[in-house]
Design a protein around this ligand. Sequence first.
Ligand code: SAM
Ligand code: SF4
Length: 331
Amino acid sequence: MMIDPYSRVINYVRVSVTDRCDCRCIYCMSEDMTFLPKKDVLTLDELDRLCSTLVRLGTTKLRITGGEPLVRTSIMELFRRLGRHLQSGMLRELTLTTNGTQLSRYADELRSAGVKRINVSLDSLDADKFKAITRWGKLKSVLDGLNAAKSAGLIIKINTVALKGVNDDEHNDLVAWCGEQGFDLAFIEVMPMGDLMGPNRVDQFMPLTLVRSRLAERWTLEDSDYRSGGPARYVHVAETGRRVGFITPLTHNFCESCNRVRVTCTGTMFMCLGQEDSADLRTPLRTSSDDVLLEHAIRNAIARKPKGHDFKIERGRSEVAVGRLMNVTGG
Ligand code: SAM
Ligand code: SF4
């Protein structure tokens, strides 16, 4: 087991497999991104070794993310290979976070690899607004992808970034639509990652306490003790029978129950989304063909996991706590 200095069991790892994406969401990327040279990004073999070592050390839940994980060439090969750890019983859950644009193509293969549930990011059900938020995305491809995922038997949770003045008029519609579709829904607060939107980030920041109180005017929200081990708090919506979550890293402290670390597509482990300290896992992967050095580097990293994060966002002022962008750390 991986246990950090604050006695937290670290059994959940989010692994980014690419920094590239077929969208350019306003809060995540700039329009003209420079992506990492391919040689810096872990190969599929290296990703398999890394994930398998993490599983051996006690990881029971692996989330594949990005950038957009499903735009990585031959990504299904990695899912198929990691599926062996589900079969052996070492891994409890293999999942991914996706923008959904490639799900029509991959939903069946994901299900066959052993993926049972997925998170799909969707900030608007209005095609024009969806385009304005994602810059390059097409709503139809995501809706088609969601249908394919449903048909494949995948359980779906929608992630929606709450953006004041952008999608706040749609929050009720999203709750209703998710109810009809049989999806859970989680709202996310915009996080100060990278230096993307300047003062706009503060303008668009919407505390989820406000989202929740507005939803409560229309829906019966019953407290739920469902927990994901992360910064999400859930309610049960009596009218739809579905859960709605509120992911509030900025306004609430969730660190005491943190069970996770993140690894970038270059093999850098971040022990906290909101702190700079990191560990290089690519060097041990590339300098040695057995996993002794890698295991050592992972254990050292977990031993340095900090107690909590330092995000701050206040009215009229945005403090970028961490310089890297979300497509690098994987959200
Ligand atoms: N491309 C995939 C997707 O969009 O789901 C996976 C990677 S994306 C970085 C993971 C999640 O991070 C998405 O739900 C996205 O909305 C969220 N995200 C990106 N930038 C964010 C930010 N600045 N604040 C809050 N959430 C953000
Ligand atoms: Fe791509 Fe996801 Fe970032 Fe949007 S949030 S630009 S879909 S990585």
